[in-house]
Design a protein around this ligand. Structure first.
Ligand SMILES: Cc1cc2nc3c(=O)[nH]c(=O)nc-3n(C[C@H](O)[C@H](O)[C@H](O)COP(=O)(O)OP(=O)(O)OC[C@H]3O[C@@H](n4cnc5c(N)ncnc54)[C@H](O)[C@@H]3O)c2cc1C
Length: 353
């Protein structure tokens, strides 16, 4: 039985671990801190294929949506994915006709809706634009809880999860590797680095090239809204979704470094924008929690999935929530069988050589 080490217990590591354990591999997951402590629990959790312009990437994301539906069915709805679809007038800097036409060419079901239609679709929303895109296929979920569920399922299938076990180095040894870190020196047959924002650094230590341009982001969690939103809302200055328990998660397209003092201001500005969009919730709307996270981002913004040279395997990407279940399945198949997955070919890290 092949022994595979996975470094990182975010949604990517967890998805791969579950699939590999089910495929009959011996799996050890090394997590520096605790499962789902990185980007996966600080994400907006939007599952989408709606704003991409490369067909291969669009097709990957479309397959990823289907993989979520299948996973959701396998877990009998325990992932709590909300297939609400979204209303969006921030995409492509407002060039909605252009985006609708492009997605239409891919065969994506997207509709341009008027202000009047928007009012019917989302009666609590104020300050409405003349038109927006209705993206019916999209969903959202809380990726931190889903990651923990996937890890539990991986354990049930025989995987070992080592928390508080940072990996500091990976050495080649015979036909396999030795994983070196707080858990000691562990010999394994193969290694997958799924360490989110730290993937580039670990790759570097293994002599591989994986330039990253990780991007910070801020979200706020609010108290319960006094009504139910029917969609995830994407406006140019703020976006938000409602959780099954009535609370909301809100973000904006903020990107860049943010100091401690600034975090409060950024969060407060987001709350004010959300109040403008939802005036009937405004009087009692409060911030319950601020989530600060960093998006793992290969420098060209596309996923990097595959071998660094002929050595260790990496899996790192933004939109890891959208892509996680699909990538878990494809990577596990490649590792367990040695057969390359065609869908992953355009996203190999060798493009950086
Ligand atoms: C604000 C924000 C909003 C986002 N919104 C969306 C969205 O709407 N839709 C979407 O699809 N994506 C979104 N993302 C991106 C998405 O969250 C990430 O792509 C995804 O969570 C990455 O998962 P991961 O498993 O690669 O990384 P992580 O969840 O960060 O997990 C990596 C793990 O590796 C561990 N680790 C690191 N180094 C080591 C080491 N040396 N040894 C052992 N363990 C190590 C870390 O502790 C961590 O637990 C968002 C991200 C942010 C920050």
């Amino acid at each position: 039985m092949k022994h595979i080490a996975i470094i990182g217990a975010g949604i990517i590591g967890a998805s791969i671990a579950r699939e590999l354990a089910i495929a009959g591999c011996r799996v050890s997951v090394f997590e520096a801190y605790e499962p789902a402590c990185g980007a996966s629990s600080r994400s907006m959790g939007w599952i989408n294929a709606s704003f991409v312009s490369r067909k291969d990437y669009y097709e990957m994301r479309l397959a990823a949506i289907q993989a979520h539906r299948e996973l959701d069915a396998e877990f009998n709805g325990a992932l709590e994915i909300q297939w609400t679809g979204s209303l969006n007038w921030e995409a492509r800097e407002g060039k909605l006709d252009e985006l609708a036409e492009e997605l239409g060419r891919f065969g994506h079901p997207v509709k341009l809706v008027s202000r009047d239609e928007l009012r019917t679709l989302e009666p609590e929303l104020a300050d409405l634009p003349p038109k927006a895109l209705l993206m019916e296929r999209e969903g959202t979920m809380e990726a931190g809880s889903v990651t923990r569920l996937l890890l539990r399922a991986a354990q049930d299938a025989g995987a070992t999860i080592l928390a508080g076990a940072p990996v500091s180095a990976i050495e080649r040894s015979g036909t396999g590797h030795v994983v070196i870190g707080a858990a000691g020196r562990i010999p394994v047959d193969d290694v997958i680095i799924a360490a989110g924002v730290m993937t580039g650094e670990l790759a570097d230590k293994c002599g591989g090239k994986l330039p990253m341009n990780n991007e910070p982001g801020v979200l706020i969690e609010t108290n319960e809204l006094p009504f139910r939103l029917q969609h995830t809302i994407w406006s140019p200055d703020v976006h938000f979704k409602q959780l099954p328990d009535g609370r909301a998660i809100c973000g904006n397209l903020y990107s860049g470094a943010v100091g401690d003092g600034e975090l409060e201001d950024v969060a407060q500005r987001m709350l004010e924008r959300m109040k403008q969009r939802l005036p009937n919730a405004a009087p009692g709307l409060k911030i319950e929690k601020v989530r600060y996270g960093v998006r793992p981002m290969p420098v060209d913004s596309y996923p990097a999935i595959g071998r660094l040279g002929s050595d260790v395997y990496v899996a790192v990407m933004h939109s890891g929530v959208t892509l996680g279940p699909l990538v878990g399945r494809l990577v596990a198949h490649e590792i367990a069988t040695g057969e390359p997955e065609k869908m992953l070919e355009p996203f190999r890290p060798s493009r950086f050589n």
